[in-house]
Design a protein around this ligand. Structure first.
Ligand SMILES: [Ca+2]
Ligand SMILES: [Ca+2]
Ligand SMILES: [Ca+2]
Length: 285
């Protein structure tokens, strides 16, 4: 009898610990799978500085470049970036038939999600990738990573980055997969390429247009000119002294009306003397 008494109290306590670990492990995994950062942007501010116009070709349909939401979700070993626009995502140029293995099922949009992972002055890059025109990030909001959400196949995107990004290439993240769904673009990034997602990170989503035949050193981006053309945005400058994108996050990234003016102010430029600013939005602060 004695050995039974000696053993039996040990067994339940071992079992109890195992159960406690199992019960704790389940919600921890579920929490990681659900934790997400969400940023909103006002409707109808897809005119850059306030003056920009869409290309004249009707394929660039109304609000196809109107950023509404950026959601960043922790998926364990991966992080999902979901960018939602004001119109359904189309594929008028049949991206599946493009060279290098075919594109990602959409044609027009190209979103660059800039991320400040440390919020340390002087740490990171203060200029965007080539093709966005003249623009700067504040010293204490310099970006460390940029996720490229492009319809181009990975081979083409990676080759363009290698040829044109220079030193900025160190921060470029090419997603393992990118697709369109309804009004959203969804890109999945390996956490080993990005780091552990934090609510303290700063974000901005720059909405550009995919250009398969880019001008000069532009990295797959479509210029903004003075006058719109069939495949050129208008309302800017024919050189690259203007900020060349249509929409981005501004203010607190909550989507309220004040963020329209905040965007226009940040994108204000004067050729030769003042360049536009790309602000970071920090949800955790
Ligand atoms: Ca918007
Ligand atoms: Ca321009
Ligand atoms: Ca905006």
């Amino acid at each position: 009898m004695k050995p039974m008494f000696a053993v039996s109290p040990v067994f339940p306590s071992w079992l109890g610990r195992a159960l406690a670990v199992a019960v704790l492990a389940v919600p921890l995994v579920a929490l990681a799978g659900e934790s997400a950062l969400s940023f909103s942007d006002p409707a109808g501010d897809d005119n850059g500085t306030g003056a920009y116009k869409y290309p004249s070709n009707p394929e660039y349909k109304t609000h196809a470049f109107d950023l509404r939401k950026l959601e960043v979700t922790d998926k364990g070993d991966e992080v999902e970036f979901k960018v939602t626009m004001g119109a359904s995502i189309d594929d008028p140029w049949n991206s599946r038939d493009w060279p290098d293995g075919g594109g990602n099922g959409f044609s027009l949009q190209f979103v660059q999600v800039y991320i400040d992972t440390d919020h340390v002055k002087g740490s990171g890059f203060t200029t965007p990738l080539p093709g966005l025109g003249k623009a700067t990030f504040a010293d204490d909001e310099a970006w460390d990573k940029v996720v490229l959400i492009s319809p181009q196949p990975r081979t083409r995107l990676s080759a363009e980055v290698k040829a044109k990004a220079g030193a900025l290439r160190a921060g470029v993240v090419v997603p393992k997969s990118t697709r369109a769904s309804g009004k959203s673009l969804i890109a999945v990034v390996k956490k080993s390429d990005l780091g552990e997602l934090s609510s303290k990170w700063g974000f901005n989503a720059i909405v550009q247009s995919n250009e398969g035949f880019p001008v000069g050193r532009d990295l797959l981006t479509r210029p903004v000119n003075q006058t719109p053309g069939p495949h050129r945005f208008g309302g800017g400058d024919d050189s690259d002294c203007d900020p060349q994108w249509m929409d981005m996050l501004a203010g607190k990234g909550k989507g309220d009306g004040s963020e329209v003016q905040a965007q226009y102010s940040a994108m204000k430029y004067t050729c030769g003397s003042k360049v536009a600013t790309i602000p970071m939005v920090y949800q955790g602060e």
